[in-house]
Design a protein around this ligand. Structure first.
Ligand code: MIG
Length: 665
């Protein structure tokens, strides 16, 4: 059951496929205290929480699977220091489930800021604060799993990527020359490391101009072709900002047609600085501008590109032209004051505030149905709008074919067109747990194709950290090693014993038929790809406390190691389960274990996971490319007897029909 409550005149975000009929507020008041706070000019929804209640959700957010104990703010932000105290990340996914005696779901549908105080101010309270123009969807169901499924059915089917997107990808923000890319392909091949994708970060462009190539890549089409022959896909990045430069066609066309975000006067283009220097921002809310920007991807699809990642689309602003002018004046005054009047914090704050500034977001204006609306009112939708524009264009640019695409910024609804990666994590042990916490919350919001930068993006990695990241990454649909320029290099061959990485990659490729099948099922049936254990063992009180184990589909449980120097970890089995160990020599150990707590040794050169006792798991023979995986000859492991229904399609066309093959053991 679900009910929609409307406050003011909400902007149509497109998250819900259809708007249900609007209910009177009474039903909502049954569940919570609702009042208007004059001072804040916001609505406040307040819930009493019992000690045993759990709150799940919020998609890409900080902290645990149980969101209690922190405050979260939906306000898409590019900030690459993802520390525990962060309140907002790159995406806004305003859906949560409160599990109490009965369970409810809540979706706060607005592009504006929303604040979720979940046992932050008071342990026994949840407070949700939202603006004047907001839709609130309330869901009721018998348990969190049912509510999540109902929500998913209301927001529409999750996007299905091409099959190759389930292969492994190597990336690094530093690869710039042809030789860089060729070397990766060569070393992966020499070491027999499976690979499907190599990512091209901003340095392939001519001075960070979208849809252009640096001199290196003047014969880009031929370059792409050479990789295709090796069955490798090159996946370029696209940034939201368009360089302001006379003679640059994208810039000139956009200016001529008023396709860029404007200042409040609706006439002057808003100018902000990002990688290319001063840049203009496409107004994706103007359908014509969105169509135009989407069609720019043609330069790349014509050259044979079949995958993209969209970056900097919160949008990230290093600073704006007006902001820099103001800072310059402020600094002149500051310097005049002389050293005795210098105030360190004032300086730091003033300079720091120039980045991703609210004032700039207020200045930016979009054209919506002929009216000018401040970006501030629409902020959390910008990244989704960019990505949706590209998805729309692909229908013409790559008719009938699926295109790999994932975005950094997102809002619910974008899951119908693309995936996300979780942005600039760091080479920290805590960030293995972070993605583990984010995955089930993302499943709840339909973002099935996702993953984090394996090995960590910022800071220096270590071999063991990279391996532990990979042991989890084997199970995430997006499996990509990516790192920031200047950090320690982290391709598998940078470390001793690269064969340990090879083994994990082989495990991944052996699991792809199963992972793809589970993905299709989750997308078509609106089910969770990743779940907290409590979604399955619903009445088990301990299951609600488990923050370091996950279910994939209904039958597999993963238990990654996430602490340094650990040779294993404690694992909780909610029932008797089968432990599967994939050994480096290719053998597979299967061992039934009793319910309860166990210490499990987890060496770096093995892959370990658990299956429910009746589960059957299909495994392909190891392969170096997804295209070489033999889906017709699968080995079945797990229960001595039983079946697995393998879902499969052609892996590339949009309207591919799904075949369901019952594999019998
Ligand atoms: O300001 O393109 O999250 O993956 O390597 C940094 C360079 C811009 C941020 C992305 C990251 C990417 C980087 N980008």
């Amino acid at each position: 059951m679900h009910y929609l409550f409307r406050f003011g005149q909400p902007f149509e975000t497109g998250a819900l496929l259809e708007k249900p009929e609007i209910e009177s507020g009474e039903k909502l008041k049954d569940k919570a205290d609702l009042h208007f706070d004059e001072k804040l000019n916001k609505w406040i929804l307040r819930f009493d929480l019992k000690d045993t209640d759990v709150v799940y959700g919020l998609g890409e957010a900080m902290r645990g699977i149980n969101k209690r104990g922190w405050e979260y703010i939906s306000d898409n932000l590019d900030d690459w220091s993802i520390t525990e105290d962060r309140r907002n990340l790159y995406g806004s996914h305003n859906f949560l489930i409160l599990q109490s005696d009965s369970s409810i779901g809540l979706f706060i549908d607005t592009p504006e800021k929303v604040r979720f105080d979940i046992s932050y101010t008071r342990q026994d309270e949840m407070i949700i604060e939202f603006g004047l123009d907001t839709d609130v969807l309330l869901l009721e169901g018998k348990d969190p799993q049912e509510i999540a499924m109902e929500f998913r059915s209301l927001i529409g089917q999750s996007w299905i990527p091409p099959l190759f997107a389930f292969g492994f990808g190597q990336s690094r923000w530093e690869y710039a020359t042809k030789a860089d890319f060729e070397e990766i392909a060569r070393l992966y091949d020499e070491l027999d490391l499976p690979l499907d994708m190599i990512y091209m970060d901003i340095d392939y462009m001519d001075r960070y101009k979208d849809f252009t190539f640096s001199k290196e890549f003047s014969d880009f089409e031929k370059f792409v072709e050479d990789f295709k022959k090796k069955k490798l896909h090159l996946i370029p990045i696209i940034d939201a900002g368009v360089k302001k430069e006379d003679g640059y066609a994208v810039y000139e066309e956009g200016v001529k047609n008023n396709y860029f975000v404007k200042m409040p006067d609706g006439k002057t283009d808003f100018v902000g600085a990002v990688w290319p220097g001063y840049a203009l921002f496409p107004d994706f809310f103007n359908p014509e501008a969105a169509r135009w920007f989407g069609n720019q991807y043609k330069v790349l699809t014509d050259a044979g590109i079949d995958g993209f990642w969209n970056d900097m689309n919160e949008p990230a602003l290093f600073y704006s032209q007006p902001g820099m002018d103001e800072l310059r004046d402020w600094l002149k005054d500051y310097v005049k004051k002389g050293p005795e009047a210098y105030e360190m914090f004032a300086l730091e704050n003033h300079v720091g505030a120039i980045k991703n500034s609210r004032e700039d977001y207020r200045l930016m204006h979009h054209q919506v149905d002929g009216k000018w609306i401040s970006h501030e009112k629409l902020h959390n939708l910008y990244g989704m709008k960019m990505t949706d524009a590209a998805a729309e264009a692909f229908k013409d640019l790559r008719p009938g074919l699926r295109t790999l695409m994932f975005s950094r910024s997102s809002y619910i609804g974008m899951h119908r067109n693309a995936g996300i990666w979780t942005g600039d994590n760091s080479s920290w042990w805590s960030h293995i747990l972070l993605i583990l916490h984010q995955l089930p919350a993302l499943s709840m919001c339909g973002f099935l194709y996702s993953g984090c930068d394996l090995g960590g993006f910022g800071k220096d990695t270590t071999r063991d950290l990279s391996i532990r990241f990979m042991q989890l990454g084997v199970f995430t649909p997006l499996m990509r090693n990516h790192s920031a320029s200047g950090t320690r290099r982290q391709e598998p061959y940078q470390f001793e014993h690269p064969e340990d990485f090879r083994h994990l990659l082989f495990c991944r490729y052996r699991l792809i038929p199963w992972l793809y099948s589970e993905y299709l099922k989750a997308s078509v049936n609106n089910t969770m790809l990743f779940s907290p254990l409590s979604f399955i063992w619903k009445d088990d009180e301990f299951a609600r406390e488990v923050e370091d184990q996950l279910m994939i589909g209904d039958e597999m449980m993963i238990t990654p190691v996430y602490t340094q120097n650990a040779k294993g970890r404690m694992v909780w089995l909610p029932e008797s389960m089968r432990k599967i160990t994939m050994k480096p020599d290719g053998t597979i150990l299967q061992e039934m274990m009793d319910a309860g707590h166990h210490y499990i040794a987890y060496p770096e050169n093995e892959l370990i996971f658990f299956l429910r006792k009746d589960a059957i798991l299909p495994l392909a023979a190891p392969a170096l490319r997804t295209a070489d995986i033999d889906f017709d000859h699968l080995e079945l492991i797990g229960a001595p007897k039983g079946t697995y229904t393998l879902w499969m399609d052609d892996g590339q066309s949009i309207d591919a029909s799904v075949t369901k093959r019952v594999l019998v053991r």
